[in-house]
Design a binder for this molecule. Sequence first.
Ligand code: FPP
Length: 253
Amino acid sequence: MWFKPWKQNTESTDQVAMDRLPRHIAIIMDGNGRWAQKRALPRSMGHRSGVEALRKVVKACSKLGIEVLTVYAFSTENWKRPKDEVGVLMTLLTEYLRKELQELHQNNVIIRTMGKINDLPLEAQRELAHSIKSTRDNTGLVLNLALNYGGRSEIIDAVRKLSKEVLNGKQRIEEIDEHCFSETLYTQGLPDPDLLIRTSGEMRLSNFLLWQLAYTEIVIVEELWPDFGQKALLEAIKAYQKRDRRFGGIHTS
Ligand code: FPP
């Protein structure tokens, strides 16, 4: 089945194959600062425009029927930024949830988070709890917000959890396998990402989903995150669909 979801002013003639969509898309939303710098604007304006790009991408994923969209909104390392910038990011998060909840509902989106949420400002925590609770019965796109998230600390948390279970007799060491470990991570119950998109041309994982990205196809795009939208998303999906995924095996035919 082939589908051209929106009228696009695009030079490429090929279309997104709707029967081969990635189930789970993960995005490293990079380049807000550079976007602002190029326009001689404060970095906060870059982040504000980044929220707008996120809004568009969530809507596009939802329309396409993507199951899960995980976005790297705030890493454990982002606390090192100036206090003002951290404050702006937290305020934008709270504002986004307040302003968008209704539209997210209309798009049947389920909100979920991963990361050390208890260390976020109380207002953001309250807004997140409210959004999660009010969207939990929806059945569409899962929007997984990585907040105060770090891949290494996620793995350490899982090791600690499993170790405790071994010590109190609830887990047998011999039964710890890849599936069991995956189900102990923050992404419990979600498929691993099929496609990772990173904007602004950088080629790093930046401590994002270190376990889950083992067989993920990576698409790096030059656009800065605030310039990313539904057209760029479709291009990234088309690039993904041209890849030959073998998961370490070979094709036999
Ligand atoms: C990277 O750009 C982006 C971030 C650290 C934050 C991403 C946040 C948003 C898109 C908006 C807030 C999110 C929500 C969920 C409301 P950068 O600042 O590192 O850019 P640079 O590398 O060009 O400086």
